[in-house]
Write a protein of this length. Structure first.
Length: 91
């Protein structure tokens, strides 16, 4: 496996869990769900960048796919975040 086996998988899983735990903590403290989508979808982009960073070999295809995932993540999370800001709440 290019990401050095299961260790990279578990490291990425810990990263995702950690980011979502911080997002949950902020949500619990502020008692609003306005950042839930921003954190949840944004984590995909961060995880994609992390796994590309950890990959032993990185070719153009892997970099392009990572870029696409990051752009999708940025676009979707910003759309959902701005939508909930306009509506005032997430329904």
């Amino acid at each position: 496996m290019a990401l050095t086996g299961y260790k990279a998988f578990w490291d990425a899983s810990k990263l995702i869990l950690g980011i979502n735990a911080v997002g949950f903590g902020i949500t619990a403290m502020t008692r609003t769900h306005k950042i839930t989508d921003l954190v949840g979808v944004g984590t995909f982009g961060i995880a994609a960048c992390y796994t590309l960073y950890r990959a032993k070999n990185s070719d153009k295809t892997k970099r392009m796919l990572t870029l696409c995932v990051c752009l999708w993540s940025l676009r979707l999370s910003s759309f959902l975040f701005l939508r909930v800001l306009k509506a005032g709440e997430d329904k």
